[in-house]
Each structure stands twice: as structure tokens, then as C-alpha cells.
Design a binder for this molecule. Structure first.
Ligand SMILES: [Zn+2]
Length: 76
């Protein structure tokens, strides 16, 4: 039955190593997430679809649209 003891020790070691590694990865992930914060969502003024603000098209009136086509539909 010594094999079971060795297996338990190996599993404990792997678990310990994984928990330490995941803690290290979590801190690394936090650093990258601060460099790339989640984009703010805006609403297309023409069709109402939600999209990231950095992908939105802003019209001359300051309103935001999902595409140039909807910007032209709203203003043309
Ligand atoms: Zn739209």
C-alpha cells in the first residue's frame, strides 16, 4: 500500500505547486488588466446596439454610432 502514500504525496505536491503558480499568474494577470482596462460600452444612437466606445463612430453632434452607415443615416 506504499504506492498509495507516494501517490498522495505527489498529488499534494502538484496541488501545492499549482496553487503557488496560479497565485503568481493571478498577480501577473492583474498587471496586464491595469494596462488594458475594460472598454466602456456605448449605445448606437441610430439602432441602439451596444459596442465598445473605442469602436464607436462619433458624429459631428457628439452622438455615437456603431458604424459610419448609421452615422450617415442619422445625419443625412
Ligand atoms: Zn447602429
Amino acid at each position: 500500500m506504499k504506492a498509495l502514500l507516494y501517490l498522495a504525496l505527489i498529488l499534494a505536491g502538484v496541488w501545492l505547486w499549482r496553487s503557488l503558480a496560479s497565485r503568481r499568474n493571478a498577480s501577473g494577470h492583474q498587471e496586464t488588466s491595469t494596462q488594458h482596462p475594460p472598454a466602456a460600452m456605448v449605445c448606437c444612437h441610430q439602432c441602439g446596439v451596444h459596442l465598445p466606445a473605442n469602436e464607436a463612430v462619433t458624429g459631428a453632434d457628439g452622438l455615437q454610432y456603431c458604424s459610419h452607415a448609421h452615422l450617415q443615416q442619422a445625419q443625412g
